[in-house]
Design a protein around this ligand. Structure first.
Ligand code: GRG
Length: 303
C-alpha cells in the first residue's frame, strides 16, 4: 500500500524538472544548418508545459539503481523528444486532428502541417543524437539506442498507434477480449515509452539484471496506471456528465477503461495497478522512495 508520506513532493522533483528543461533547451538551441522556423516549432513542441513524466522516470530510476542522475540527462532528453514527436504527429489531421495540446494550439495549428511533420521527424533523429552524447559511455549508448529504437518502433509506439487508428472495428465484442485488446494497444502505445524510460535510467546506472527486471515489472503496472488515469481524466470534471460522456465514447466505438469497466471499477483498477507497481519495487528499499512518490502522484493526478 502507498503511504501518506509518499505523496509529499520534495524539492528533488522540482530540481529534476529544472535540469531536464534546461538540458532540453540546450539540445534545441541554434546550430549551423538548423532552419530558424523549424527550430522554433521544435522548441514550441518540446518546451511547452508538459509534465515531463518520462524524463523524470529516467532520472529517478537511475537514482534508485545507485547512479548519478546527471549521467542520465541525455537519455532523459531523448525520451522526452520522442514523446513530443509522437504527440505532434498524433495531433495531425491525418491522425487525431486536434487543435489543442498542453493548453495551446497544436504545432500544425500554430505553424503548418508540413512543419509539424518535419518537427516530428527532426525530434526523432535528434533524440538518438542526444542519447549518445557524452557523458553516455559507449557501452551504455549501444544497448540504450537499441532499447529506445525498439520502444519507439513498429512493434511498440508506432505499432500501438497503428492498431489504435485501425480502431474499434478491430475490437472484439466480448468485454474481456475487448479489455485484453485495449491493454495490448496501451502496452505498446503508452507503456513502452514509460518502460524504456525506466530501463534507460537503470542502464545509465549500470544496474544489475535483477534491478532491470524489477523496474520492468514496475513499468508494466505504471504504464497501465497512467493509461487508466488518462481515460478517467478524460471523463472527469463534471461528475453529472460522466455517464453521458461514457455513453458518447461507447457510441463512437472509442475503447477506454471507463467504457469497458465503468468509472468506479476503472478507479479500483488504477489503485490495483498502483499497488502492483509499488510491490515490484520491494527489493530497492529507500532509494526507490521517489518512484513510489511518483506512482502516488500518477494515481492522484488531475492533469
Ligand atoms: C504518432 C507514432 C505516434 C504515436 C502517438 C503518444 C501517442 C502515440 C498518442 C497520444 C494520444 C494519447 C493522449 C495517449 C494517451 C496517453 C498519453 C501519451 C498522454 C500524453 O502524455 P502526457 O500526459 O503528456 O505525459 P505531457 O503533455 O504531460 O507530456
Amino acid at each position: 500500500m502507498l503511504t501518506e508520506a509518499a505523496t509529499k513532493d520534495p524539492s528533488e522533483a522540482a530540481a529534476d524538472v529544472q535540469a531536464i528543461e534546461g538540458a532540453l533547451s540546450q539540445a534545441l538551441s541554434d546550430a549551423p544548418g538548423r532552419p530558424p522556423r523549424l527550430l522554433e516549432a521544435m522548441r514550441y513542441a518540446v518546451l511547452g508545459p508538459g509534465k515531463r513524466l518520462r524524463p523524470r522516470l529516467v532520472l529517478t530510476a537511475c537514482r534508485a539503481c545507485g547512479g548519478d542522475p546527471a549521467d542520465a540527462l541525455p537519455a532523459a532528453c531523448a525520451v522526452e523528444m520522442i514523446h513530443a514527436y509522437s504527440l505532434v504527429h498524433d495531433d495531425l489531421p491525418a491522425m487525431d486532428d486536434d487543435d489543442l495540446r498542453r493548453g495551446r494550439p497544436t504545432v500544425h495549428r500554430q505553424f503548418d502541417e508540413a512543419t509539424a511533420i518535419l518537427v516530428g521527424d527532426a525530434l526523432l533523429a535528434l533524440a538518438f543524437e542526444t542519447l549518445v552524447w557524452p557523458p553516455t559511455p559507449v557501452q551504455v549508448a549501444a544497448p540504450a539506442c537499441r532499447e529506445l529504437a525498439h520502444a519507439a518502433g513498429p512493434a511498440m509506439l508506432v505499432g500501438g498507434q497503428a492498431d489504435d487508428l485501425s480502431g474499434a472495428e478491430a475490437a472484439p465484442d466480448d468485454r474481456d477480449a475487448a479489455l485484453a485488446h485495449l491493454e495490448a494497444i496501451h502496452r505498446r502505445k503508452t507503456g513502452a515509452m514509460i518502460n524504456v524510460s525506466l530501463r534507460l535510467g537503470a542502464l545509465c546506472a549500470s544496474a544489475k539484471p535483477q534491478q532491470l527486471s524489477d523496474l520492468t515489472a514496475y513499468g508494466d503496472a505504471l504504464g497501465l496506471l497512467f493509461q487508466v488515469t488518462d481515460d478517467l481524466l478524460d471523463v472527469a470534471g463534471d461528475e453529472s456528465a460522466v455517464g453521458k460522456r461514457v455513453g458518447k465514447d461507447q457510441q463512437a466505438g472509442k475503447l477506454t477503461y471507463p467504457v469497458l469497466l465503468g468509472v468506479e471499477a476503472s478507479r479500483a483498477y488504477a489503485a490495483e495497478m498502483a499497488d502492483r507497481a509499488v510491490a515490484a519495487l520491494a527489493s530497492f528499499g529507500p532509494p526507490a522512495e521517489p518512484l513510489r512518490r511518483l506512482t502516488r502522484q500518477i494515481l492522484e493526478r488531475d492533469r
